[in-house]
Design a protein around this ligand. Structure first.
Ligand SMILES: [Zn+2]
Length: 462
């Protein structure tokens, strides 16, 4: 996938207003990554917010509504990022528990900025062709974000988890509605899940963090209780587990989704079989593993898409050299003093994570694309294009990557919505990306359709 360039918008896309109506996309090549099928000279008929039908060859004009000539273009299902956090902006001040810069910008101000920029974040997802996202956990007001997205035309569809049930606490993030809650007994875990269930979360999220004070086995009964209670409430469970033994324990206890790669060891055959047998979905989030270290060491490698479509204020904040040295936390000062050490650590992580992804993909484990956007340096929206590059580096083919970002991601999204996104098929939501060239070569897109409403790509952001 080469770098896209901005595309001069086509008058016919502009002609369709902001209201869904019956129309047809005529003459494009339709790509369905679910089964890898490529259909040239197709007609996609869209009625209101759904795809009415996809047919091949010449059609009876009377049944098509308004026609948009798409010859030479390619149509894909809208992309789905299955790992984002709306409570984080991606800027330098968004995780004071990792890098405390609250003397430069108080965390309360950061959160107020995040809450006041949700429309901007929503629009950036659509600009990138991302028509659905999964919020993998945050404060209780995550559920308000889900509701707001549902009531906003220029926004992706949102599925959301609430506060993370965690083995460790993060006081610096607690302003009264904490995103991460330390749970220290199975009974507390059950109570917490029952309280969450009142909000009808799409997922329960467990933050299974281990270190010498928090061994795998100590949290295991708590994870088990949380998973049992969630399943009793018919809620799927996603687990943050980045070590092989933590991930194995989580899946053995019934986790439905692993939200990161295993980064400490090569995955073994027993683990691969366990994931396959249990039908576990794994979301690799490769991009987030480089972005803390690269931001802190002043070696950020934003792609052209990220520079073009990421929020400019967020991007500007990531230059750590603009902050007086005495205000920088030790972690950032160390990274600036020895950037090579930071880059080496990232290299070591990828030396394990990329082959692990390839092995799981080859074995037929369901991989869903996701970025962990909102973390420092991982930008809402275009971070997905860096994720694509890293998945390609792992050895996945462009079609496999597109499958991870559409049909597989829809499985992770789940529910009634998940069953109607991720494919260009009759009865599915008309959430589409129209590309000016073959996406297996180039990801530049001309227009994005969400819920049957067409937006020319250049018109989405202010
Ligand atoms: Zn996350």
């Amino acid at each position: 996938m080469k770098t896209p360039f901005l595309f001069c918008l086509c008058a016919s896309f502009l002609a369709l207003g902001a209201r869904a109506e019956k129309f047809s996309l005529v003459g494009a090549t339709v790509i369905n990554p679910a089964d890898g099928k490529v259909t040239p000279n197709a007609t996609v008929v869209i009625n209101s917010d759904k795809i009415e039908r996809v047919s091949i060859g010449k059609q009876d004009a009377a049944s098509l509504g308004k026609q948009i000539d798409c010859s030479g273009k390619f149509i894909l299902p809208g992309y789905i990022d299955t790992h984002v956090h709306f409570f984080q902006s991606g800027d330098l001040f968004t995780r004071p528990d990792v890098a405390d810069l609250s003397s430069v910008r108080p965390y309360r101000e950061e959160v107020a900025w995040v809450k006041s920029h949700l429309d901007d974040v929503f629009a950036r997802y659509l600009r990138c062709g991302i028509t659905s996202v999964v919020d993998d956990g945050g404060p209780m007001w995550n559920f308000e974000v889900r509701k707001k997205a549902g009531a906003t035309a220029k926004a992706p569809r949102v599925a959301a988890a609430g506060p993370l049930l965690s083995s460790v606490s993060r006081e610096k993030l607690d302003l009264g509605d904490p995103p991460i809650v330390k749970i220290d007994s199975p009974e507390r875990a059950r109570q917490f899940v029952r309280k969450l269930a009142e909000q009808k979360p799409d997922f329960v999220k467990i933050w299974y963090i281990i270190d010498k004070d928090h061994p795998v086995e100590a949290f295991r009964p708590i994870a088990r209780a949380a998973i049992e209670e969630s399943h009793a409430c018919k809620i799927r469970v996603m687990v943050h587990a980045t070590e092989l033994e933590t991930a194995r324990a989580a899946v053995e206890e019934g986790a439905d989704i692993l939200v990161h790669s295993v980064i400490d060891k090569p995955v073994d055959d027993a683990f691969v079989k366990l994931l396959k047998d249990r039908g576990v979905i794994l979301c690799p989030t490769l991009v987030v593993f480089e972005r803390y270290g690269r931001t802190f060491s002043h070696h950020l490698n934003l792609t052209p898409e990220e520079n073009a479509w990421g929020n400019p204020e967020v991007i500007a904040s990531l230059d750590v050299t603009k902050i007086p040295s005495e205000k920088l936390p030790q972690r950032i000062r160390d990274a600036l003093a020895d950037p090579q050490a930071a880059l080496n650590r990232i290299g070591k992580t990828y030396a394990v994570a990329l082959p692990n992804l390839k092995k799981l993909e080859d074995a037929g484990v369901t991989i869903a694309a996701g970025t962990d956007a909102g973390n420092i340096g991982t930008l809402h929206g275009p971070a997905l294009f860096r994720e694509f590059q890293l998945m390609k580096q792992a050895g996945l083919s462009p079609m496999q990557i597109l499958q991870c970002a559409t049909a597989n991601a829809a499985k992770l999204f789940g529910g009634e919505t998940g069953a109607r996104i991720g494919k260009v098929e009759n009865g599915f939501f008309a959430d589409l990306v129209i590309l000016k060239a073959d996406p297996l070569q180039d990801i530049a897109h001309a227009a994005v359709i969400k819920s049957g409403v067409v937006y020319s790509a250049d018109s989405i952001l202010p």
